[in-house]
Design a binder for this molecule. Structure first.
Ligand code: ADE
Length: 258
């Protein structure tokens, strides 16, 4: 997997790629991630990358020429990428499904947006796609690029040590992850659920699947619309929903009496 990241703050991006799972995979040659300074692709003495917006208004806009020159130069040096992705809060939402799609490519370029935005013609000229990592505004695309590079990298075979841990991750199953515990069995008067100490693997599996479902129902019911549930999980969900409705009705009765 080859990823090229174009940014005005290469040290910030490099720092996020040096350690942990991604850092180790780069050192082992499983990931070829290169970070490039966008200013290196300017042609003027002052290495200017931005300019005022046509039509007026606050902030600066990234000029098209340095970005396009950068991507064309990378094409020559590093080979033609399968995709060019720009980070912007106005992009399509980056999800686990998008991470899986990018992980199936062998080479893509990530362009970190900055200032008020990027000249719109860049998207067209480079056939670039735009991705947002969530509905909030960051001061630049460096953190989003790191988020995307990390989520994609861990899907590359061999990057995460234990293959099973990627498959069991939240979102890979379409549900949130179940709660985790480690020793000691009692901490500050709080005990680990007994079933996890029982050694009964079938019971443990059932408990984990139930808790994953319960959490998803409580915290992210929107995910249940697309999650693939087996018969047992569908039955569990019906029971949880019934219990929820019962509890809500009980609360309403209580309120109407007082
Ligand atoms: N740049 C600024 N905010 C962003 C976001 N939420 N996602 C992607 N790029 C961004």
């Amino acid at each position: 997997m080859k990823i090229d990241i174009l940014t005005l703050f290469p040290l910030m991006v490099e720092a996020g790629l040096e350690e942990g799972v991604v850092g180790r995979a780069r050192a082992r040659g499983l990931l070829d991630i290169a970070v490039h300074q966008l200013r290196d692709f300017t042609s003027d003495r002052h290495r200017v990358v931005d300019d005022q917006p046509f039509g007026g208004g606050p902030g600066m806009v990234l000029k098209p020429a340095p970005l396009c020159r950068a991507v064309h130069t990378l094409r020559e040096r590093r080979g033609a990428p399968d995709a060019v992705v720009m980070t912007t809060p106005a992009g399509r939402l980056f999800t686990q499904a998008e991470a899986e799609r990018l992980a199936a490519l062998s080479h893509f370029v990530l362009v970190c947006g900055r200032y008020e935005g990027v000249d719109e013609r860049v998207r067209e000229a480079l056939s670039a796609e735009e991705l947002s990592i969530g509905d909030y505004v960051l001061s630049g695309g460096e953190l989003p690029a790191l988020v995307i590079a990390d989520a994609v990298s861990r899907l590359v075979p061999g990057v995460v040590g234990h293959e099973g841990s990627v498959e069991a991750d939240s979102f890979s199953t379409g549900l949130l992850d179940f709660p985790h515990y480690t020793r000691p069995a009692e901490f500050g008067g709080l005990r680990v659920p007994e079933v996890l100490l029982s050694g009964n693997h079938a019971d443990i599996l059932r408990w984990r699947r139930t808790e994953a479902l319960r959490r998803t129902l409580e915290r992210r019911p929107d995910l249940l619309g697309t999650a693939i549930l087996d018969e047992e999980q569908q039955q569990l969900l019906r029971e949880m929903n019934d219990a929820h409705t019962l509890e809500r009705d009980r609360q309403r009765d209580k309120e109407s009496v007082t």
